[in-house]
Design a protein around this ligand. Sequence first.
Ligand code: OGA
Ligand code: MN
Length: 297
Amino acid sequence: MTGITVTPLASSLGAEVSGIDLRQSLDHDILAELQEAWGRHLVLRFRGQALTDPELLAFSRVFGDLDPPGPNPYGKPFLSEFPEINVISNVKVDGVPIGNLGDGEAVWHCDMTYVERPPRAALLHALEVPPGGGDTYWSNMYLVYETLPDRVKALIDGRKAIHDATYNSAGMMRKGMKEVTDPREAPGAHHPLVIVHPDTGRPALFLGRRRNSYVLGMDIDESNTLLDALWEHATKSEFTFRQEWRQHDLILWDNRCTLHRRDAFDPAATRIMHRTQIKGTALQAFDATTAGLALES
Ligand code: OGA
Ligand code: MN
């Protein structure tokens, strides 16, 4: 008996884990239960966790080696004492942002898929939240793939897409990048459109982000039409979980089989989140044919 309770938060993904204090070191049984719950629900929420930065780092390391933040628009880490921690905030001190993503919408994406080995997980810890707005949503990309029509599964089987590195989800250009005029030439990793999840072996649609995405080998119009249809399907509310933040919420998500987005919030409000992420591996293509899916062509 670990004393932990896991309660689903939506029909498609997300669960609340209660009866746990993440400041304590967690024994083998508890870790096994967390891993099992995470594999099943993809996004775990822990409420009332007032963690210091070292405590956030220690809990994050339970899930693997830390992956440092990608380049932000300002070109240097937000926390010089803890460069492995990223800050997501709209706050400015003397006109200088203390964190990334501002107060606007962050469009649907998954994190850092423009690199060959995108992070396997991310943890977001709410230190200060606005009274309303700034909700975050996740989508279950296993379910999204499963529910695609066979015709579309056949169309994307064996295909790869470009994951553009130029802009972050708030539309800001990353340091050192230049404007992309042709998505076929966008800088960034090429990943299979359908991946085999490295831990579960299950297929998941892997989209990254829509801006400057391009399906290799297609003409640009065909690629855009296909991507628009895939994104429309992937972000339907029936596949998503909505998080209304409270101070000291900690959310852990799997970055290979979910997408996320964030609502805008009042620029006069304060939102401060500290964030870590865990190193991932290269992503392999799912082969629908050898997996026995009978896809008409
Ligand atoms: C992120 C992110 C959303 C939010 O940290 O990767 O997209 O709710 N954050 O701030
Ligand atoms: Mn993100």
